[in-house]
Design a binder for this molecule. Structure first.
Ligand code: PEP
Ligand code: MG
Length: 538
């Protein structure tokens, strides 16, 4: 038996056969051709075919995972007449070589030129070029392009897996995923969480693993290859218990969020895209406490228009009906930016022009979003909240813009509601002036992820600080308590929407502090509901 320790990004137990997945990276032999026109025509037909396949994949998956499915569209756009096509055609014409070889050369040149660049957008583009190149080569060779994991569900082990590859593999075929690269907040890991599949990262697949029996323990981050019979039996029992526990949790889907002594708590879901709506309803959340609206601004080539935003918010409002939906205005900047935004490089972007600061700098973008939110407010129970606020002056500016937006809508006879407004408490400054802020809005929402990093002065993404980053630090707990007290003095509700809200070890502490609502990822709704229902505050 071999034992490997990695990092678990989603819990659960899987027992099954390992399948090593390697992205098809074809090495094509070069040969000289006599008919250049025929080779160019073959390349052109292959481009059209792959484009059709990618568009079909987008159509198939857009309803399930819109933002991930958009990668298929981005890939298909790379097949439009442009630099990739010209590069391949130029090699075919000037070197008189086969199209597959020209594609491979272009792929390898681009990949090696940009290999060391960290920019996530460039990395994504390179991955896309790799994928389309491999698909083109397969089509030219007459092969099938579908990833086939075989008949039985398997534990897939790979150096890395792209979200698009995961979609093609399909949920039914995947028992678990083990990768060397990736992190708990990578798109692939988030997709796996949504699918409810255990994931381990930081484990390098062994060359002789293919077909081996294995156990994935998504609680401890352990992978057992060739487990002995006794361990396998133990895990089979644990897996059954796990399933029983899941069933017990599912029974709580329609139960109230109420402590043993009858205190009502609001339990909401955090969502990062429209695709999560099904999960929000599936797990029985009382509403959406944090809609990270920036998802609509990322992975694209220009700002979303007001109407596109409006239609998305309208759909959310209608789907959720009476349940509240808190739309956080775009929290862009720092690690969330796209090329078209032209955000200048900053020495310290985490402390830089991000969140509400960036929105107030880019009024046109901000106003378009606020108009879209207010227009959609007529169709459900929406609220709006602002990220990264640190002063009352920022709130003055926001209020001025909101007045303008409402006036504009009134003049045009467009219906809207006077929706609730809230502020995210993510900076120590906002904590210290929480009473003043509370007197001006309907609710406060503690973004403990950022609040922790700014309070401890520790970058939340720095792996070197992983062991020192203490989100249970007494300073954080006192800040939560202070915000609740200050908020309540002004009759303002206080929610927690950072990851800490899902930490069931703190559920009782937060409820004793008087926190009114918790907002967590959909998959954590039921465990937190269970924790709330076990608390006795009397
Ligand atoms: C937070 O900072 O706690 C939060 C909820 O916002 P985000 O994680 O999107 O920065
Ligand atoms: Mg934040």
């Amino acid at each position: 038996m071999e034992i490997y320790k990695g990092t678990a990004t989603f819990p659960g137990i899987a027992i099954g056969r390992l399948l090593i997945y390697q992205r098809a990276e074809y090495q094509i032999r070069q040969y000289l051709i006599s008919n250049v026109k025929k080779e160019l025509d073959d390349f052109s037909s292959a481009r059209i075919r792959v484009k059709e396949q990618l568009e079909a994949l987008y159509e198939q998956y857009k309803g399930v995972q819109e933002s991930e499915a958009r990668t298929f569209l981005n890939q298909s756009k790379l097949l439009n007449p442009g630099s990739f096509q010209r590069a391949v055609e130029s090699i075919i014409t000037s070197e008189k070589v086969n199209a597959s070889y020209a594609i491979m050369t272009t792929r390898d040149e681009l990949t090696s030129t940009f290999r060391n660049l960290e920019d996530p957008l460039i990395r994504e583009r390179i991955n896309n070029i790799r994928e389309i190149s491999n698909r083109l080569i397969e089509v030219l060779g007459g092969d099938s392009v579908k990833i086939d994991l075989g008949k039985e569900p398997v534990i897939v082990a790979a150096e890395s897996i792209l979200p698009t590859e995961m979609m093609e593999m399909g949920k039914e075929k995947l028992l678990a995923i083990v990768t060397y690269q990736g992190s708990s907040d990578s798109h692939t890991a988030i997709m796996a969480k949504t699918m409810g599949i255990p994931v381990l990262v930081d484990i390098e697949p062994g060359e002789d693993w293919d077909g081996a029996q294995a156990i994935v323990d998504g609680y401890t981050g352990t992978l057992y290859v060739h487990p002995d019979a006794e361990l396998k039996k133990e895990y089979e029992i644990r897996q059954k218990e796990d399933l029983k526990e899941q069933e017990e949790l599912f029974a709580l889907r329609d139960e109230k969020d109420e402590t043993l002594d009858g205190r009502q708590v609001k339990l909401y879901a955090n969502t990062g895209s429209l695709d999560d709506l099904n999960n929000v309803l599936f797990y029985g959340a009382e509403g959406i406490g944090l809609l990270r609206s920036e998802f609509q601004y990322l992975g694209r080539e220009n700002y979303p228009r007001e109407n596109e935003l409006f239609l998305a918010y309208k759909k959310i409002a209608e789907t959720m009906g009476d349940r509240p939906v808190v739309i956080r205005t775009a929290d862009l900047g720092a690690d969330k930016k796209a090329d078209y935004m032209d955000i200048p490089d900053e020495v310290n972007p985490i402390m830089g022009n991000r969140g509400i600061r960036l929105c107030l700098d880019r009024r046109k973008m901000f106003k378009a979003q606020l108009r879209a939110i207010y227009r959609a407010s007529a169709y459900g129970n929406l609220a709006v909240m602002y990220p990264m606020l640190s002063s009352e002056e920022e709130l003055d500016e926001i209020e001025e813009i909101i007045c303008d937006v409402k006036e504009g809508l009134k003049q045009k006879g467009i219906p809207f509601k006077d929706i609730m407004t809230g502020i995210m408490i993510e900076t120590p400054a906002a904590v210290m002036i929480s009473r003043e802020l509370a007197s001006r809005v309907d609710f406060l929402s503690l973004g403990t992820n950022d609040l922790t990093q700014y309070t401890l002065a520790m970058d939340r993404q720095n792996p070197l600080l992983r062991n020192k980053y203490n989100d249970h630090h007494p300073a954080i707990m006192r800040m939560v308590q202070m915000v609740v007290e200050e908020g309540h003095k002004e009759n303002c509700k206080v929610c927690i929407c950072g990851e800490l809200a899902a930490d069931t070890a703190l559920t009782e502490t937060f409820l004793r502090m008087g926190v009114d609502a918790l907002s967590v990822v959909p998959a954590c709704i039921l465990p937190v509901r269970k924790a709330i229902r076990n608390v006795d505050l009397s």
